[in-house]
Design a protein around this ligand. Structure first.
Ligand code: MOS
Length: 746
């Protein structure tokens, strides 16, 4: 049996859930109000380190509407069974909320107030008096009391990320290099700040917990809550049909989910708990602040002879968070001598978490700025420098790339951007009184695939139901997966219904890492192929079918019909085949074969070109133009992919010029934990954003040939902008975000 595809994949179809979203019909976690629901408000610690000496809840209990005040003094002891999801740090232990008197970081939840209305709960929470014995926390990676530790390698975590790695002799090669650069790059802590706040509605019925909870990973939330409460996974149901942006902050299950469930159990009523914007800077992860040294050595004609990349980053005391910050320095360019080193610094703050291209976005900033500095030192065009160091294989492993279009991306981007008109001399280009700078940088991100299951169910009315416990935090997963199913089955999209966001659906990996299409899409494709085969078997076995008794290898599905191969007869539709014998269901599991995983190096590649203007007097920087070109394999939906790339570029602009979580050095309080002072780009900050996808066929990476685009579209944006700022001003700022004051300094 064979299948021929109608061309639904690759079409720029609009979002299948677009109408629901713009009409308010899409329901987010906090909108799942339950009958008799109460409201919980978290009280956050106001010291950075120490312990709670007293909590005076009696006066608060007398306030109107207050149902209970829960703190470590009266909270139930929770099971907190050992559990690590793939997105949990391999070493350390999650915060055990309200289980002792210790304060580990500013903003840690120390009590939860539950009342009959949100107003009453907020008022009572504000009135709760808590005394502390405070000591001085370490909140800064440069604090002399801080130590740098090697992230411990465990089987549960990516050992490659944690390890120091080297090939050749990078230090002596650097010393001997005729041309070299050696610089330190700093990047600020960032918080995700999606539009939708973290929210959970929790309800118990008997021993069963139901959560309507913002999550990129409902399966993990189910498993974690089961472990925390010491109950079976089947007794936890997590629902999350829509996510209002997340960028990684809703991959893990944070303490507020536990608190909502504890509160609901204590008062015997459903409880809603929504974090405030301020609380979103306390316990829901952040991109760690990093400091990186990159040293590059080269021959006079621009061949790299040494790459040294040393990074250190903040983590918490209680968990070792680390990410692939130095990985790309090992394979992005050809170089015989490479050494990477990575240390994390435990501080008295909450644990960082993946934030849009965790590791790569930070690492690329340092590497791609250093490459720009090297190009200047060599007096070679930065694109030409990359051309001269294009590797033939992944030199970190010796494996071939499944596909790699970096130079094509640079060439197309240069053409679209008009790079040939660039005068390389810093400060040489102007528009009226404004200084103009043009910068370039490359991007890369692993094209991963994680195991996923999927169900496809052919219904008697000729429609198909697809089910997977994935999420859609914004990329358009509802739509793109509907395309995959429709394409595989040869059905119009409106015959396909895709359900996601429920923990009782077939298992999916986390909705992150740019791997949802590769993972879930491949599983859906497999389930659709399996259900087609099942349907063919039913037709063959059905005496009333014109295909009764036909040899299966002679049958094929084309355009939603089962026919004998090269038969021009109408054949049978899914509806005919399913008939009145009931739905036909197939479940499939898909994962990358170790054979492929061990043989190939699989990454997406791309290039960014940035134009900035800098006011020569007040030194304000504006990004006037960004051109992004991607070799990301097959693009399932160019409209959605372009939309993702716009998001990535906007995120990169924020990273380059605005985003920065500042901690009060006395207690680790995030001082700009609100949208007035935590700056993100708004419409007026965005100029022209151009996105181009190369035609790239990669039959190795997964059956769909899709490499993922979400994170590829942010890595490299910030360094392209930083390089443009240098080109405009002649001033090399080695700190993100680049602020006016960096450019005013002499
Ligand atoms: Mo992400 S950091 O892949 O949600």
């Amino acid at each position: 049996m064979s299948t021929s595809n109608s061309p639904v994949i690759g079409q720029p179809v609009p979002r299948v859930d677009g109408r629901l979203k713009v009409t308010g019909g899409a329901r987010y976690a906090a909108e799942f109000n339950q009958p008799n629901q109460a409201y919980a408000v978290i009280v956050s610690a106001t010291i950075g380190l120490g312990r709670i000496t007293s909590i005076d809840s009696a006066p608060v209990m007398r306030l109107p509407g207050v149902l209970t005040v829960i703190s470590h003094l009266n909270a139930p002891r929770l099971a907190y069974q050992p559990y690590k999801g793939v997105i949990d740090p391999g070493v350390g232990e999650r915060l055990h909320v309200l289980q002792d008197d210790q304060v580990r970081f500013f903003g840690q939840p120390v009590a939860v107030v539950v009342a009959d209305s949100l107003d009453h709960a907020e008022r009572a929470a504000a009135a709760l008096r808590i005394r502390y014995a405070a000591s001085r926390p370490v909140t800064d990676i440069h604090d002399p009391r801080a130590e740098q530790v090697i992230a411990t390698q465990t089987a549960a975590v990516n050992a490659r990320v944690a390890a120091d790695r080297k090939r050749g002799k990078a230090d002596s090669a650097l010393a001997a290099a005729p041309v070299k650069v050696d610089a330190v790059y700093e990047m600020a802590r960032e918080n995700h700040n999606p539009m939708e706040p973290h929210a959970t509605v929790a309800a118990w019925r008997g021993g069963k917990l139901t959560l309507w909870s913002k999550s990129q990973y409902v399966g993990n939330e189910q498993a974690e809550m089961a472990a925390i409460f010491g109950i079976a996974r089947e007794n936890v149901q997590v629902n999350c049909p829509f996510v209002g942006g997340a960028f990684g902050t809703s991959l893990r299950t944070w303490p507020h989910v536990t608190l909502a469930a504890v509160a609901a159990r204590e008062i015997g009523r459903p409880v809603k708990l929504v974090l405030t914007r301020r609380q979103m800077s306390f316990t829901t992860g952040h991109r760690p602040r990093t400091e990186q040294r990159v040293a590059l050595g080269a021959t006079a004609d621009g061949k790299l002879t040494s790459i040294i990349h040393e990074a250190f980053a903040e983590t918490s005391r209680y968990e070792q968070f680390f990410e692939g910050i130095t990985n790309q320095s090992e394979f992005l360019y050809s170089c015989p001598n490479v050494r990477t080193r990575y240390r994390i610094v435990p501080t008295d703050t909450s644990t960082p978490t993946p934030m849009r291209a965790p590791g790569e976005a930070s690492g690329a900033y340092a590497l791609e700025c250093a490459m720009d500095e090297l190009a200047v030192a060599l007096n070679i065009d930065p694109i030409e420098l990359r051309r001269r160091n294009e590797p033939k294989v992944d030199e970190s492993s010796g494996r071939p790339f499944s596909s790699r279009s970096l130079l094509q991306c640079l060439d197309l981007g240069a053409e679209r951007f008009g790079w040939s008109r660039r005068d390389p001399a810093p400060g040489s280009m102007r528009d009226g009184r404004l200084l103009i700078g043009w910068g370039v940088a490359t991007t890369t991100r692993s094209a991963a695939q994680a195991p996923s299951d999927a169900i496809a169910r052919l219904m008697p009315d000729g429609t198909v139901e697809i089910e997977v416990a994935t999420a859609d935090m914004g990329p358009g997963t509802y739509t793109s997966m509907t395309q995959v199913a429709a394409d595989t089955l040869g059905l119009p999209m409106d015959r396909v219904r895709f359900t996601l966001g429920r923990s009782d659906l077939p298992t999916a990996p986390s909705h992150g890492g740019s791997w949802t299409m590769a993972s879930v899409g491949t599983a859906i494709r497999a389930a659709c192929l399996a259900v087609q085969a099942e349907a063919a078997k039913r037709a063959i076995a059905d005496r009333r079918s014109p295909l009764y008794g036909a040899p299966i290898e002679q049958l094929e599905w084309t355009e939603g019909r089962l026919r004998r191969r090269s038969d021009t007869e109408a054949g049978e539709t899914y509806r005919d085949v399913v008939g009145n014998q009931g739905p036909i269901q197939s479940k499939a599991s898909a994962s990358r074969s170790p054979d492929i995983a061990n043989k190939f190096s699989m990454y997406g590649f791309g290039a960014f070109f940035a134009e900035v203007s800098v006011d020569p007097d007040v030194r304000t920087v504006r990004v006037r133009r960004l051109v992004g070109v991607y070799g990301a394999g097959r693009i399932i939906n160019p409209r959605l992919a372009t939309s993702q790339c716009i998001g990535g570029m906007v995120g990169g602009i924020g990273q380059a010029l605005m985003e920065r979580t500042v901690l009060d050095p006395r207690n680790g309080r995030p001082v700009n934990a609100h949208m007035a002072d935590y700056l993100v780009p708004v419409n007026l900050d965005i100029g022209s954003l151009e996105t181009h996808f190369l035609e790239e066929q990669d039959s190795i990476v997964n059956p769909l040939g899709a490499k993922g685009i979400g994170e590829l579209s942010i890595v490299g944006v910030a360094p392209a902008i930083a390089n443009a700022v240098y080109h405009a001003t002649g001033k090399r700022v080695r700190e993100l975000p680049i602020r006016i004051e960096n450019l005013l300094e002499a």
